[in-house]
Unconditional design. Structure first.
Ligand code: ATP
Ligand code: FE
Length: 333
């Protein structure tokens, strides 16, 4: 089947074409308007999605050399995400499906981040554990099959990506901060400063205490030396990144031991982080894991992951009707 995938849950408008499980195109229109505000402004995001969605789909068709009449089904992100943003993608998908007389496939955005591992080789085997770390979520997922996923650990407050973005804001770096922390961290000493590891039970996470400790650390040091930030930016970023990575990987290790699983994957925007990718590779070697680290283009939001999820749902005849509506908070299955 030829699947059109649509993603619009946050601030990236994306369209992808997947033919029999092979990804032929994946067009992502980034929104730059939010940088001026230091974060995504939901009302602006939905307006820009409206401008971008048709050109993105047209470009995805051109890149894949597929005609709109060849499409067999439309897969779209139903949630979770910003309601106004989701509404644009869902409305487009429904209108397109109605006009072309096509079936609709709803996709959970967080499941799709995990299923991005089934776009290219090597593909993980079930069951595996996936650490999904993104702007809004931090989850350890026990993946039993394509759509049988259990969240066995998650954050009780901020997400890992939020911790990256809020830290960068404290450091006066522009939005989005995650990639900039990564850049500075590569030039710094990760052992220069020590930030606390929270004591959270089970497989859950907390990042809000870390955020506060960074805030006070910067405030006190800048009071003592006004050039502190300027002089030590690389060391601060390296030390913060190291702490976030060790918090994540220590829990992942705990989960792998608890479930006796040696196939371990990363997903979500923060999986683009160099320190996390290296950290997982090192831990995997130590633990004898098979590690799966996504290609950069499938870490942050993209429609390819929606299209591959849609392909597997198509094979299961799992369709929804025209009465479907977006869900800002959407549980698994
Ligand atoms: P969710 O998937 O939870 O709905 P989202 O879709 O907004 O949230 P993603 O696009 O998956 O999130 O990820 C965005 C996050 O990834 C941001 O917080 C961003 O700072 C972070 N990020 C992206 N690249 C890097 C990097 N190289 N290092 C650290 N963080 C990064
Ligand atoms: Fe996402």
């Amino acid at each position: 089947p030829v699947i059109l995938g649509i993603e619009s849950s946050c601030d990236d408008t994306s369209a992808a074409i997947c033919v029999d499980g092979v990804m032929l195109s994946n067009v992502i229109a980034n929104q730059t308007i939010h940088a001026a505000y230091g974060g995504v402004v939901p009302e602006l995001a939905s307006r820009v999605h409206q401008q971008n969605i048709i050109p993105a789909v047209q470009q995805a068709l051109v890149n894949a050399k597929v005609s709109k009449n060849d499409i067999d089904a439309v897969a779209f992100t139903r949630g979770p995400g910003l309601l106004g943003s989701l509404l644009v993608g869902v409305s487009f998908a429904k209108a397109f499906a109605l006009a072309q007389n096509l079936p609709l496939i709803e996709v959970n955005h967080m499941q799709a981040h995990v299923l991005a591992h089934f776009i290219d080789e090597p593909k993980p085997r079930f069951p595996f554990l996936c650490l999904t770390v993104s702007g809004g979520h931090t989850q350890i997922v026990l993946v039993k099959s394509y759509f049988d996923m259990e969240i066995v650990g998650q954050t009780t407050d901020d997400a890992a990506g939020e911790a990256m973005d809020k830290t960068s804001k404290i450091l006066g770096l522009p939005y989005p901060g995650g990639p900039l922390i990564d850049k500075h961290a590569r030039l710094g000493n990760p052992d220069a400063f020590k930030f606390p590891e929270p004591n959270i039970p089970d497989l859950n996470f907390s990042f809000s205490g870390l955020k506060t400790s960074i805030l006070y650390f910067i405030r006190d040091n800048v009071a003592a030396d006004p050039d502190f930030l300027q002089n030590r930016m690389n060391d601060i970023c390296a030390s913060v990144e190291k702490r976030i990575v060790t918090i994540l990987l220590n829990k992942l290790k705990k989960a792998a031991l608890l479930y006796g699983i040696k196939d371990v994957a990363l997903a979500g925007g923060v999986s683009a982080n160099t320190g996390l990718r290296q950290g997982l590779t090192d831990m995997g070697q130590q633990m004898g894991w098979n590690c799966f680290i996504p290609a950069f283009q499938y870490c942050t939001d993209n429609a390819a992951m929606i299209a591959i999820a849609g392909y597997h749902k198509y094979l299961n005849n799992d369709f929804v009707g025209q009465n479907v509506a977006p869900l800002a908070r959407m549980p698994f299955s």
